[in-house]
Design a protein around this ligand. Structure first.
Ligand SMILES: [Zn+2]
Length: 304
C-alpha cells in the first residue's frame, strides 16, 4: 500500500483529506555560504507559523508539503517541531535546489554519493530529524539545466526508481521541463513521477498540456498570489483538456525567513479553500472533481 511519508510517519489515503502540495514553513534564500544561513530558534518559528497552520487545520487541511529543499534553508528539525506543536503532518523533501544555492559538499559529491544520500533520507532518516523524507525537490536554471543540476537530477531519478519517490522541480520554462523528463527516462524512471512545479510561469499553455501528455504532474501554485479569476481560468482550461487527474493546486506561501527581523511577515495558505474552490464550484466543477484536485491528486503525487 502507498503512503505519504510525513513528520508523523507514514499515512494512508484513508487517514487524510485535503493536502496542500506546495507551501513553505521555513525558507532562507541567502546562499548556504552566507553567515547566519538557515539559523533560527525553532520556538520562534512555532510562534510565527503556528497561527498560519492553525488556520488551515480549521479549514480541514490534513497535511502540508514543505517545498523547502537543500540549499534554500531546509530545516527538517524545525518542520518537525512546528508539526508536533500544531498537530499537522508535514511532508519534507530530500534533494537540493539549483545553482547558485548549492553547498560545497553537494557540488563535490559524485552522482552515486548524491543518490545514496537521498536514499538514506527517504528510507532511514532525514538529516537532523527523526522521520523519513517524503519526496525529492530540486530545480533547474531558467535557461536550461546545468551539468551540476543534471547530476542532482540523475541521482534523484536513481533514488526515485528504488523508492517510488516523486521528483518535484522548480522549473520556469516548459522546454526545460521536457529536457528534465528526457533525463528521467534515460535513467529508467518515469515521467509520471515528476512534478512540474510553477507550471503557471510558462506562458505557452500548450506547453502545460504537452508536459501533462508525457504523464507528468503539472502544478499551479499561485493560489492567493495571482488574481483569483486568472487562477480559476487556468484550472478550468486544464479540466476541459481532460488532465484534471494530473493537476496540483497550492499557494507557495508562508514562511519564516531568518534573513528578516523576527522571521518577517508570513502570508496565509488559505485562499484555495476560502476563494478558489468556491469559484470553481460556481463555474460548474463537480464536488467529485474538487475532491480529486484537493485530496486524491496530492496523495497520488506524493505517496510511495
Ligand atoms: Zn516554493
Amino acid at each position: 500500500m502507498r503512503h505519504l511519508y510525513t513528520t508523523f510517519g507514514p499515512k494512508s489515503q484513508a487517514e487524510l483529506g485535503m493536502i496542500l502540495p506546495h507551501e513553505h514553513v521555513f525558507v532562507d534564500l541567502r546562499t548556504p555560504d552566507q553567515p547566519g544561513y538557515g539559523e533560527a530558534n525553532p520556538l520562534d518559528v512555532v510562534r510565527l507559523m503556528g497561527p498560519r497552520i492553525d488556520a488551515i487545520r480549521a479549514q480541514g487541511i490534513t497535511a502540508l508539503v514543505e517545498c523547502t529543499t537543500g540549499g534554500v534553508g531546509r530545516r527538517a528539525d524545525i518542520d518537525y517541531v512546528v508539526s508536533g506543536s500544531t498537530g499537522l503532518p508535514i511532508v519534507v523533501p530530500t534533494g537540493n535546489y539549483r545553482e547558485p544555492w548549492i553547498p560545497d559538499w553537494v557540488r563535490d559529491a559524485s552522482q552515486d554519493q548524491l543518490r545514496d544520500w537521498m536514499l538514506r533520507e527517504l528510507t532511514e532518516e532525514i538529516d537532523g530529524a527523526p522521520f523519513k523524507a517524503g519526496w525529492i525537490k530540486l530545480s533547474a536554471g531558467d535557461d536550461g539545466i546545468t551539468p551540476l543540476e543534471t547530476r542532482i537530477l540523475r541521482a534523484a531519478a536513481q533514488a526515485g526508481k528504488v523508492t517510488g519517490a516523486v521528483i518535484g522541480s522548480h522549473t520556469i520554462r516548459g522546454r526545460v521541463v521536457m529536457d528534465q523528463l528526457d533525463i528521467i527516462e534515460e535513467e529508467g524512471y518515469s515521467p509520471d513521477r515528476f512534478i512540474s512545479i510553477h507550471t503557471q510561469e510558462e506562458p505557452d499553455f500548450e506547453m502545460h498540456l504537452a508536459v501533462a501528455e508525457r504523464g507528468a504532474w503539472i502544478e499551479y501554485d499561485h493560489c492567493g498570489r495571482a488574481d483569483d479569476a486568472l487562477v480559476c481560468a487556468m484550472i478550468l482550461k486544464v479540466l476541459e483538456a481532460g488532465f484534471g487527474n494530473q493537476l496540483l493546486l497550492s499557494h507557495d506561501l508562508g514562511w519564516f525567513d531568518p534573513a528578516q527581523p523576527g522571521g518577517g511577515t508570513p502570508r496565509p495558505y488559505t485562499a484555495l479553500v476560502d476563494r478558489i474552490i468556491p469559484m470553481l464550484r460556481a463555474s460548474g466543477v463537480t464536488a467529485e472533481m474538487i475532491i480529486q484536485l484537493t485530496h486524491i491528486n496530492p496523495f497520488n503525487a506524493f505517496a510511495r
